[in-house]
Design a protein around this ligand. Structure first.
Ligand code: 13P
Length: 250
């Protein structure tokens, strides 16, 4: 299965000075990690974060990027700009962006193209709303989001794509998917990838679970056969909790 990756999504939290402080606290706690460790920080914290992670095993992610290289897009940041700074990863298609900021499967696909062209590694978020789960269409929703986002992505480029299954009803709610539910959908996403590419590509892709993953439930979720890591919101702001999750990813 894919290489384990534990990524924090700080969302709209922390000033640059606070970002430095938090990374300094995390660094010694995760230095012996056997998985990849990433922190996804607000745009204004990227400089401070890149400086703070120097010489460590922590990668830095932005939380979005625009699909054009440059132009009249007030308030936007391009993938090229992120790459030029030294950023390695970008989170795309997070449900908060889809819900509050109008991101769609099509714009996620365009952002994916730009991010891969710029040389970034993408953490692609997919996941169903509660109503969709209750209607029994979780599989269809996650497969569709995955297929559209990966439209035009070559098998070679797929090596720079991490997929995060984040059921919207589990994000920030304290209501985690059961390990079984998480594994079932991660397996289905892997099957979708197999259908688009082949079995090797599906076996190699990292599929994370995200949604109220914390220090207490991480070990069980990460022990599932198709869960290769986590995208962590709230608990990634607590150094000890984040380190416990990293340690559970073996
Ligand atoms: P929480 O861990 O706070 O539920 O957030 C999950 C998430 O949205 C990560 O991207």
């Amino acid at each position: 299965m894919g290489k384990y990756v534990i990524a924090g999504n700080w969302k709209m939290n922390k000033t640059p000075a606070e970002a430095t402080e938090l990374i300094e606290a995390i660094k010694p706690l995760v230095k012996d990690a056997t998985c990849d460790v990433v922190v996804g920080v607000p745009f204004v914290d990227l400089c401070a974060a890149l400086e703070a992670v120097k010489g460590s095993n922590i990668g830095v992610a932005a939380q979005n990027c625009h699909w054009e290289k440059s132009g009249a897009y007030t308030g936007e940041i391009s993938a090229e700009m992120l790459k030029a700074m030294g950023v390695g990863y970008v989170i795309l298609g997070h449900s908060e962006r889809r819900t509050y900021f109008g991101d769609t499967d099509v714009t996620v696909q365009k952002r994916m193209r730009a991010a891969l062209d710029a040389g970034l590694t993408v953490i692609l978020c997919v996941g169903e709303y509660l109503e969709q789960r209750e209607q029994g269409v979780t599989g269809e929703v996650c497969a569709m989001q995955t297929k559209i986002a990966l439209g035009g992505v070559s098998k070679e480029e797929l090596a720079r794509v991490i997929i995060a299954y984040e059921p919207v009803w589990a994000i920030g709610t304290g209501r985690t998917a059961t390990a079984e539910q998480a594994n079932e959908v991660c397996a289905l996403i892997r099957e979708t990838v197999a259908g688009l590419y082949d079995g090797d590509a599906a076996a190699a892709v990292t599929i994370q679970y995200g949604g109220s993953m914390n220090a207490a439930n991480a070990a069980e979720l990460l022990a599932q056969s198709d869960v290769d890591g986590g995208l962590i919101g709230g608990a990634s702001l607590k150094p000890q909790d984040f380190a416990t999750i990293v340690a559970a990813a073996k």
